[in-house]
Design a protein around this ligand. Structure first.
Ligand SMILES: [Fe+2]
Length: 506
């Protein structure tokens, strides 16, 4: 409400407040206004009353003015706060992006977060982070929002695209109207079905000034990209460059460690052609169980290394015992048992990072049993790490379903009975359930993966049933319509290419 309106409203309300006596020497004009009886006591009294009213009015008016000024000042403050907030929005966006970047170790996950948060921060439709692959002379991006199904896009560095130009020149490119700019190729929109309105490209450079990639944002929600947007994106690109470089180096190291561990495990397995692939299969079964039990990414890494290296201590067991075609003597069995301790001792010499610090202990617990009768520490129940309990089930399953020197692959019904009878005393029942709930084709793929040759295409037919269901069918349960023929098909795959002269031995 305007100031004058408020004042009028105040005056209208005053007639009831009349003729209070005032003995002060009021001024004449006010006395005259009170009916013109300048010298009569009534006139004086009326004059004083009028003055009181006017004083009250003035006082009221002043109060109202103060209140209005207060309100206006508050409004100004709120407006100012909003503007301040608007200014801070990109800053808080930058904070979110940087925070996400520093908590993600892997390049793919980091790029995913960067693109999502940057688009929101700059209020635009799409953000893509192109990473330079120097060896292939390409820029690739794994996430292009709004393009479902196009998760990886590769652009030759030598192409005429705006991102390539930005990467080659190392300069910011801000195109307010794509279709009127010769640097934009409309064919890109034709192939993707997207309509580009405006583009901002900022190079991502490391401390040496080498271009590592390009930040590309498209279609600002209102108007076009501003100078301020350029500055925010450059700030972001500067932080991202360092972190992406770090994440790439981390990936390379991780890949190297993975391959080294795999090779070490294979050197043990390959001492004997019949156990070749055991460690890799145990690792794959274990990771499948882990997926089914929703373990974290960090746990998956620990599980992968521990499963891969669980039998590494076998390097200390003589081949004459490992390859023996028949039952082991008690002394030979005791010798084989030493491999669990040796696994721990050898792996403890490796400088695992904090995240992987439990790998040696977990790997060395794969022969422990829930009732404490396992080896080599004789741990009981929850003293055995959960991930070791996962490896134990995978290890026994793989040993029973593989050919050994003294026996053929065991029938899967018998394998089921052995594992089932070990619930609560040998195996963790939850892990057993998770294993038997796995999709049948997934188990078959692992089972057949290291037998040389290709995995038969028919394995696809087992997608719709679990491993447990296959066992039930093999036990004699009547197959449903979509399960017909699966039992015969399974045995055909399972018994193919087996050495003919091996005898089954319990
Ligand atoms: Fe073992």
């Amino acid at each position: 409400m305007a100031k004058s309106d408020t004042a009028k409203a105040g005056k209208k309300s005053t007639p009831v407040d009349v003729c209070n006596h005032d003995t002060s020497s009021a001024d004449k004009p006010e006395k005259l206004e009170c009916g013109g009886h300048a010298h009569s006591p009534e006139a004086e009294s009326r004059g004083a009353t009028l003055k009181d009213r006017e004083d009250s009015l003035r006082k009221l008016e002043s109060e109202l003015s103060k209140r209005e000024i207060g309100l206006i000042e508050r409004e100004i403050k709120l407006l100012g706060s909003q503007q301040e907030l608007d200014k801070l929005r990109p800053l808080s966006g930058l904070y979110r992006v940087v925070k996400a970047m520093t908590t993600e170790r892997k390049v793919d996950a980091m790029l995913d977060v960067i693109t999502r948060e940057t688009a929101s921060m700059l209020r635009c439709d799409r953000c893509s982070v192109f990473v330079l692959d120097v060896h292939r002379g390409e820029l690739w991006t794994q996430v292009a929002q709004g393009l479902e199904g196009h998760r990886t896009i590769r652009v030759p560095l030598s192409s005429n695209s705006v991102v390539s130009l930005c990467a080659r020149t190392g300069r910011v490119i801000n195109i307010p109207d794509a279709y009127s700019d010769p640097r934009f190729d409309p064919e890109v929109d034709k192939s993707t079905g997207y309509h580009t309105k405006n583009i901002l490209c900022v190079p991502m450079q490391n401390r040496n000034g080498s271009v590592l990639g390009v930040f590309e944002v498209m279609n600002k929600d209102v108007n076009t990209f501003t100078q301020e947007d350029e500055e925010w994106l450059q700030a972001l690109a500067a932080v991202a460059a360092g972190l992406i470089e770090q994440a790439q180096a981390y990936s390379e190291i991780e890949h190297f460690v993975d391959k080294t561990v795999e090779t070490l495990a294979q050197t043990i397995d390959k001492r004997d052609p019949l156990t070749a692939g055991h460690s890799i299969r145990v690792t794959r079964y274990s990771l499948s169980i882990g997926d089914g039990m929703a373990i974290s990414d960090d746990e998956k890494d620990v599980l992968r290394y521990a499963a891969m290296m669980h039998d590494y201590g076998k390097i200390g067991v003589p081949e004459a015992i490992l390859w023996k075609n028949g039952r082991l003597t008690p002394e030979e069995y005791a010798c084989v048992q030493t491999h669990a301790r040796l696994t721990y001792e050898l792996l403890s010499n490796l400088p695992f990072t904090n995240r992987l610090a439990h790998v040696p202990f977990i790997a060395s617990c794969h022969h422990e049993k829930l009732d404490g009768t396992g080896y080599y520490r004789g741990l009981k129940g929850h003293e055995i790490p959960f991930l070791a309990r996962v490896i134990t089930v995978s290890d026994v399953f793989d040993a029973l379903t593989s050919v050994r020197h003294y026996r053929n692959r065991m029938n899967i019904v018998k394998v089921y009975e052995i594992i089932d009878s070990g619930r609560d005393n040998h195996f963790d029942p939850e892990v057993v359930d998770a294993f038997y709930a796995l999709p049948c084709d997934r188990v078959l793929r692992v089972m057949e993966s290291e037998r040389g040759g290709q995995i038969p295409e028919e394995v696809d037919q087992f997608k719709t049933i679990s491993w447990l269901r296959l066992v039930e069918i093999c036990q004699g349960s009547k197959p449903k319509r979509h399960e017909e023929g699966l039992k015969d098909l399974f045995y055909r795959i399972y018994n193919a290419n087996l050495p003919p002269d091996y005898q089954e031995l319990d």
